[in-house]
Write a protein that binds this ligand. Structure first.
Ligand code: URA
Length: 238
């Protein structure tokens, strides 16, 4: 038996908090009866409806994709472009956790588990994301320092948890490694733009303890139950 709000969140319909709100508002039924009690426990056999829609209870699924360039991070695209979900060959409905830009490559997680998705994206979980960026010109030391101190993007101060210059190229470009734990829209590109650099290429090399490992561009694998558990441990102890 599981708590109703957890079951709803685990199906990927919404966050647990949103599920609690819907329950209290009388928008959830169990076996045809409106349930407003937050502690209500339900089992596999119960039929749950959220705002008139039957909850499809599937196995929770978790995937790690090595996202290629030129694919949209979304479950659907209005313009019918290829999405990251199209790359995962399964029937079940899943969605990406967070967002990588069309031209960004690297580690992307996908799931149908709303609770896991919330855990991974909430800044309080402080899950590290390591990006490797190719910049249009060699970065000055003072700008590395500034990115650590913080830059304003859209009136919000964001800081690099860690930053280091990996390589300077003979054509004047350079490769920088940047670690952050938030996931604002275009955050990395905006941070570099904030100190005067353009990102020519961007790869997410690591999320928490996960790298793309042996996965080639466009390849994916399931997370092991141990890896899922490790993310819960990582996010909760922060
Ligand atoms: N920051 C960006 O600017 N782009 C991404 O794809 C991810 C983080």
């Amino acid at each position: 038996m599981e708590r109703l709000q957890k079951v709803i969140a685990n199906c990927g319909v919404c966050s647990r908090r949103k599920a609690e709100k819907l329950i209290v508002e009388g928008k959830v039924t169990v076996n045809g009866k409106v349930v407003r009690e937050l502690g209500t426990k339900v089992s596999e056999k119960d039929s749950i409806e959220v705002m008139g829609k039957v909850l499809e209870k599937g196995q929770p699924l978790y995937f790690l994709l090595n996202k290629p360039r030129g694919v949209i991070t979304s479950a659907h695209d209005d313009k019918n472009r290829k999405t990251v979900v199209d790359l995962i060959n399964i029937e079940e409905r899943i969605y990406p956790i967070g967002r990588l830009d069309y031209d960004t490559t690297g580690v992307l997680l996908l799931t149908n588990d709303g609770e896991f998705s919330n855990l991974m994206t909430h800044p309080s979980g402080r899950i590290e994301k390591v990006y490797v960026a190719k910049l249009n010109k060699t970065i000055q030391n003072k700008d590395l320092v500034q990115l650590k101190k913080g830059v304003f993007i859209d009136d919000y101060l964001v800081k690099a948890d860690r930053i280091k210059l990996r390589k300077t190229n003979s054509d004047g470009t350079c490769i920088v490694e940047l670690t952050i734990h938030e996931g604002r829209n275009h955050q990395v590109k905006k941070m570099f733009e904030g100190v005067g650099y353009l990102v020519d290429k961007l790869k997410r090399e690591r999320v928490g303890f996960l790298t793309t490992g042996n996965l080639k561009s466009g390849e994916y694998r399931s997370l092991t139950p141990k890896e899922v558990h490790q993310f819960y441990v990582l996010a909760k102890k922060k």
